[in-house]
Design a protein around this ligand. Structure first.
Ligand code: PEP
Length: 253
């Protein structure tokens, strides 16, 4: 399967930054064996889609209801209407600062998939949990409680394993730690969904950059990356896409 490399712009991006969206979209075309996407602030989605027609633009969150009295929120249908193809759900920053529970994340994932939006569902442990030796059981429990009931629709689901202590810190787990976690996530996906669980991509996120991407992509069961800081500029992001392409088709000259 194609590797997935998705950028998470978080709360970054003004009109002036659309030139980076354009550059990333254009340069990504050299790597057709990699699925590349950018998840931008909701207010930038429609302009990003117009700026880069055909390129996958996504959101960073979605509300679980189709419409209603939810001031400040955006539904899956609204995101599709704006041209978004995918959304992140359950990012640790939302789980922490917006107090989103596993049940919220599950409902958001189901609503998005049901509306035809592809989903990147994030899970990951804190440093305290990692140091206690309970990272795998904690993340698998979080995954279990956050997964939608089915993955058999038009839209795809991907899981992002993002250790909270690695996000924006420059710290990265060892290859063995990443491999152990991705294998555990894969096993649980297959247990839950049967053979379709094999097709769910599991991407790694947390301080991925050009200098460490190739090594991370070489770990078994790493099907791509969710990239924060290094996705803001084409010059930082495209080398990560290029690293993901190494196991796929040769880039187009
Ligand atoms: C993220 O927030 O999803 C992320 C992976 O951030 P960074 O790459 O900056 O660590």
């Amino acid at each position: 399967m194609n590797k997935l490399v998705a950028g998470n712009w978080k709360m970054h991006g003004l009109s002036a930054d659309l030139s980076e969206v354009r550059a990333i979209a254009e340069q990504s075309r050299r790597y057709p064996a990699v699925d590349v996407a950018l998840c931008v602030p909701a207010i930038l989605i429609e302009r990003a889609v117009r700026t880069a027609p055909g390129f996958a633009i996504g959101a960073q969150d979605v509300h679980q209801a189709p419409s209603g009295a939810h001031t400040g929120s955006v539904s899956a249908q609204m995101l599709r209407d704006a041209g978004a193809r995918l959304t992140i759900v359950g990012h640790s920053e939302r789980r922490e600062f917006q107090r989103e529970s596993d049940a919220d994340v599950k409902a958001k994932a189901a609503a998005a998939l049901g509306a035809g939006l592809d989903v990147i569902l994030c899970v990951g442990e804190s440093l305290k949990v990692r140091e206690s030796g309970r990272a795998v059981e904690t993340v698998v429990a979080q995954l279990d409680a956050s997964l939608p009931v089915t993955v058999e629709g038009e839209a795809w689901l991907a899981i992002a394993y993002e250790p909270i202590w690695a996000i924006g810190t420059g710290k990265v787990p060892t290859n063995a730690e990443i491999g152990e976690m991705h294998a555990a996530i894969r096993a649980r996906l297959v247990e839950r969904f049967g053979p379709p669980g094999q097709a769910v991509r599991i991407v790694y996120g947390g301080s991925v950059k050009a200098s460490n991407a190739a090594e991370i992509f070489g770990v078994a069961d790493v099907d791509g990356a969710l990239v924060g800081g290094a996705s803001l500029k084409a010059a930082d992001f495209i080398p990560i896409v290029a690293a993901a392409a190494v196991e796929g088709d040769a880039p187009i000259a």
